[in-house]
Design a protein around this ligand. Structure first.
Ligand SMILES: O=c1ccn([C@@H]2O[C@H](COP(=O)(O)OP(=O)(O)O[C@H]3OC[C@@H](O)[C@H](O)[C@H]3O)[C@@H](O)[C@H]2O)c(=O)[nH]1
Length: 312
């Protein structure tokens, strides 16, 4: 919008919130439509960032059929829109297409190791078929597509109930609650800050790279190291609590970003601790906001009956 583009945001608000974009409402280049991509959409656009789908495991597992519909029917609708208006479509795919990987780090050539009937399948397989649909539309109909395989990402404006590890650990640390580690905590992840991802998406959209590209920060940590790091940054005395392991939880994950560096000139620039400090600041404010907005009925002081109070 600051570059002069007109932006239409389409959201069904299943995991999104109006509050995340309310500062743009009223801007002449901004429009917000309450719509679900599972239904067809008829608008005129040049570029489509197809970001729809819950991304947090508890959210996408909450209603697996809806997650599948969003990633299949929703993707078909967006590709149909792209075809009709001659727009370019960028699909937000995921590192989860690599499943519980047997190759480390994961490069775009790896085909993945996904359980097609496990609890994560609605998302993993949904995104895999969404990629397949993009390339079918490209080959058969000449639609221009871009596919970003997004690795773990965090930052301000995540929902407090998101359920992914970064928001969980920060909120637990801030409130002195135990940090809940699923399994032994020896599984690894690599976390990128949201502004790096957004830059990567825009660069990819405007590039000539139509094959999938990993976007992520390759700095890898175990989940236990990560819990300790967040505790230290918050200055929290919370304990670490070990809970049972999540089914089919990928044991290792780290992006190989050679392709993004070479073909897009992109790499993450926000160091992990700097990004985490920004997220901690945001969640601290969210907790204050929530505390100030709680509706706690205040009982009115009981009136003391002193006979007639009405004065004539
Ligand atoms: O409270 C928690 C939450 C999560 N975890 C663990 O932390 C790791 C990361 O879990 P998250 O839920 O944040 O995210 P995952 O890596 O499992 O999935 C993510 O992958 C990449 C994206 O496509 C998606 O955002 C999401 O599906 C997992 O090993 C998980 O078991 C905890 O130990 N405690």
């Amino acid at each position: 919008m600051m570059d002069g583009h007109e932006v239409t945001v389409v959201d069904n608000f299943f995991t999104g919130r109006k509050r995340n974009v309310e500062h743009w409402i009223g801007h002449e280049n901004f429009e917000l439509i309450n719509h679900d991509v599972v239904e067809p959409l008829y608008i005129e656009v040049d570029q489509i960032y197809h970001l729809a789908s819950p991304a947090s495991p508890p959210n996408y597992m909450y209603n697996p059929i809806k997650t599948l519909k969003t990633n299949t029917i929703g993707t078909l609708n967006m590709l149909g829109l792209a075809k009709r208006v001659g727009a370019r479509l960028l699909l937000a795919s995921t590192s989860e297409v690599y499943g519980d990987p047997e190759v480390h780090p994961q490069s775009e050539e790896y085909w993945g190791h996904v359980n097609p009937i496990g609890p994560r399948a609605c998302y993993d397989e949904g995104k895999r078929v969404a990629e397949t649909m993009c390339y079918a539309y490209m080959k058969q109909e000449g639609v221009e597509v871009r596919v970003a395989r997004i690795f773990n990402t965090f930052g301000p404006r995540m929902h407090m109930n998101d359920g992914r590890v970064v928001s969980n650990f920060i909120l637990q640390a801030l409130q002195g609650e135990p940090l809940t580690v699923y399994g032994s905590g020896s599984q690894t992840r690599a976390f990128q800050y949201v502004s790096d991802l957004v830059n990567g998406l825009v660069v990819l959209m405007n590039s000539n790279v139509s094959s999938p590209v990993n976007l992520g920060n390759p700095e890898e940590h175990t989940i236990l190291e990560f819990a300790q790091l967040i505790k230290d940054l918050v200055g929290s005395g919370s304990e670490i609590q070990f809970l049972s392991e999540a089914q089919d939880d990928p044991q290792k994950r780290k992006p190989d970003i050679k392709k993004a560096k070479l073909m897009l000139g992109w790499e993450p620039v926000v160091p992990l601790e700097e990004g985490l400090n920004k997220a901690i600041h945001y969640f601290r404010k969210e907790l204050e906001y929530q505390a100030n907005n709680q509706y706690i009925p205040k009982p009115k002081p009981a009136r003391i009956k002193k006979g007639r109070t009405r004065h004539n």
